[in-house]
Design a protein around this ligand. Structure first.
Ligand SMILES: Cc1cc2nc3c(=O)[nH]c(=O)nc-3n(C[C@H](O)[C@H](O)[C@H](O)COP(=O)(O)OP(=O)(O)OC[C@H]3O[C@@H](n4cnc5c(N)ncnc54)[C@H](O)[C@@H]3O)c2cc1C
Length: 428
């Protein structure tokens, strides 16, 4: 491996933003002998004591990357989610399910609250020899980092600074937020009578509700199991109801009202839930955006974007942290493969384009497709999964690697072929 530059010192890399993407890459590069500086705008205490930021569910292929990088320290404590369940209520408002199925994932997934994970990884970053600094980085800060390092990565998530990268219109067909989002972290939820699932409920015209187990904070240092409720309300519809919520108590009350009205089977097991803590709530909107991967600073130096800074999806398919993780691994491999050669603009563009065309593009199209009312053939496909376990399993395991959806999701004829062939196998 070529680790040293022409001066025979370790290659120096700066990362702005200590989130899922930046910390994974930073810790992994330290292990390989790189000199890594991480600059972020919130301390570990700020993050631990702050509001929840995500529901951060991670499927097995991304969990495996965390394991491979030695960053899986909560795996034993975090509840395991073994499958995906899917429901659509009947349109008559009777509270019955028109479609319901569940299918096992090939391997379990997990959600560790970023308030737990990021402070833990910051500690690990420093333990591995990283230089962790706290600063709200702007253009002057980027210039300083670029003057002193061979490569600067911008992993600022949804921070204002990432807008400097500029939107790539050709890759960002959705131009406004398509859902009003809300999160409630709760304890006291009753379990259902099958394996733990990401329980996905699609309420046509209203939005989506999904809920799954997770590990969150408990007091100043501890952790506890919880469940995360995720609400995705169609703007202007009855689940877009968070604007007047003024307190955590109201937030929980609103959450339970939504469940009672639209998914009573979820309400039944949630009615006694309590918030994990007053910060276990969030409401907001996201515009799905692909940004340009390279920023040219006034000095002419280049900065390379990663994670949500370049690829932000609506959380409807739970892929953002998964993308950030797979992207960090892709960048890690490209940095190692670069040896002692310069991290120039051409290399940056080639590295991002390989990630985008080889993987992320498919995730973006599938995620965006779910933001629009499902066409008839998709409703048929989702309904057929109730009769045909192999179809349910295929859809569920698509969450591990959404590239598989390209084989049948976007084409009515391909979806029909899938249904027919699996039905024939079942009948044989
Ligand atoms: C409601 C919701 C639910 C979600 N649920 C899921 C899910 O279930 N599964 C999933 O895979 N994904 C989910 N996501 C997406 C996921 O949280 C993100 O994709 C992921 O956190 C992106 O990682 P990142 O490292 O790019 O950014 P982040 O994790 O956001 O980290 C960015 C870091 O940059 C820092 N920063 C920002 N600006 C600056 C600055 N100017 N200077 C210095 N530091 C800065 C921030 O403090 C932060 O530390 C969800 C998102 C939302 C909003």
């Amino acid at each position: 491996m070529h680790l040293a530059n022409e001066n025979s010192t370790p290659r120096s890399i700066a990362i702005v933003g200590a989130g899922q993407a930046g910390l994974l890459l930073g810790c992994a590069l330290l292990d390989k002998g790189y000199a890594v500086t991480m600059v972020t705008n919130r301390t570990a205490e700020d993050v631990w004591n702050g509001k929840v930021m995500s529901s951060q569910f991670i499927f097995d292929p991304a969990l495996q990357i965390e394991r491979d990088f030695g960053l899986d320290q909560w795996e034993a404590d975090c509840p395991r989610t073994e499958g995906i369940s899917f429901s659509i209520p009947t349109p008559d408002g009777s509270g019955n399910k028109a479609i319901h199925w569940h299918a096992r994932l090939d391997a379990y997934g997990q959600s560790v609250d970023q308030r737990v994970k990021m402070p833990g990884w910051m500690k690990e970053f420093v333990r591995r020899g990283g230089d962790l600094r706290f600063e709200d980085v702007g253009v002057p800060g980027l210039e300083n980092l670029a003057a002193a390092h061979e490569l600067v990565l911008l992993a600022g998530g949804k921070g204002e600074i990432v807008n400097l990268l500029g939107r790539d219109d050709s890759r960002s067909p959705v131009r406004q937020p398509m859902r009003q989002l809300a999160l409630s972290y709760v304890t006291g939820m009753k379990r259902h009578d099958y394996y733990e699932c990401v329980n996905f409920n699609l309420i046509p015209g209203v939005g989506e509700y999904f809920v799954f187990p997770a590990l969150t904070t408990a007091g100043a240092q501890g952790t506890q199991a919880c469940d995360i409720m995720v609400f995705e309300g169609v703007p202007g519809g009855p689940m877009d109801c968070w604007a007047d919520v003024k307190s955590p108590e109201q937030h929980l009350e609103t959450s339970l009202n939504v469940l009672k009205t639209f998914v009573p089977w979820e309400y039944e097991r949630s009615r006694d839930c309590q918030l994990t803590d007053p910060n276990g709530i969030l409401a907001g909107r996201i515009t799905p955006t692909v940004r340009n991967a390279v920023l040219t600073l006034p000095s002419g130096r280049k900065v390379f974007g990663m994670g949500d800074a370049v690829l932000v999806n609506d959380p409807i398919t739970g892929q953002g942290s998964n993308n950030a993780t797979k992207g960090a691994k892709h960048y890690h491999d490209a940095i190692l493969a670069r040896g002692a050669a310069p991290f120039d603009e051409a290399w940056m563009r080639q590295t991002f384009d390989a990630l985008y065309t080889g993987y992320a593009e498919k995730v973006v199209s599938w995620t965006n497709s779910l933001l629009f009312p499902p066409p008839e053939y998709i409703v048929k496909l989702l309904g057929s999964a109730q009769q045909v376990p192999a179809i349910a399993s295929r859809i569920a395991n698509g969450f591990n690697d959404p590239r598989d959806f390209a084989n049948y999701w976007f084409d009515p004829a391909a979806a029909d072929r899938l249904i027919e062939s699996e039905m024939q196998k079942l009948a044989a």
